[in-house]
Ligand binder design. Structure first.
Ligand SMILES: [Zn+2]
Length: 170
């Protein structure tokens, strides 16, 4: 990178700088140390290092969520572990694309308020996830010893479920 020309003014000699960058969101600030920028001596433009961008994106993902009162990546991961799900299983049971939880946990994507609320409820009452496991016979298989019982429940609850659906559409 140091030998490349500046993409703005095309002058040579970008100089590597390690700084502490401050980011502000809704009047709250966060400092990111070891922030690597390649600075152009000619025009003063700074190009942020690729790894720094990646690292910062993750840090900011948690920072924004904290400011907004949402769960951070590590907190979501802790809840997932409590439920004993893989990231894919979480998405399958709670909704979202297959990569949704990998993204929430890494901070690349921010979960919706609705998903956040759901996660908080499951954190407080992890057993309530059974409600979701029973609603769909295609839900996670072989997740734990209970899954067989849950599948049995699906069959026996079929009549009940149909009744409920009819009531909803009436
Ligand atoms: Zn330049």
């Amino acid at each position: 990178m140091e030998n490349t020309n500046c993409p703005i003014c095309d002058a040579g000699g970008l100089k590597r700088e390690v700084i502490e960058e401050t980011f502000t969101y809704k009047e709250k600030s966060i400092k990111v140390p070891d922030y690597v920028v390649y600075r152009c001596a000619e025009c003063g433009e700074g190009i942020v290092d690729k790894d720094t961008l990646k690292k910062t994106w993750k840090v900011l993902g948690d920072f924004y969520r904290e400011v907004d009162g949402l769960l951070t990546g590590p907190q979501i991961k802790r809840i997932r572990k409590k439920l004993e799900f893989t990231q894919e299983q979480m998405a399958e049971v709670l909704g979202g694309g297959l990569k949704a939880f990998a993204r929430y946990e890494s901070g690349r994507v921010c979960q919706s308020r609705a998903m956040d609320n759901l996660l908080r409820i499951l954190d407080a009452k992890p057993d309530d996830v059974k409600v979701l496991l029973m609603k769909d016979k295609h839900s996670v298989e072989g997740n734990n010893a209970d899954s067989l019982t849950q599948r049995k429940n699906i069959t026996t609850n079929k009549g009940k479920r149909r009744q409920k659906t009819e009531r909803c559409t009436a």
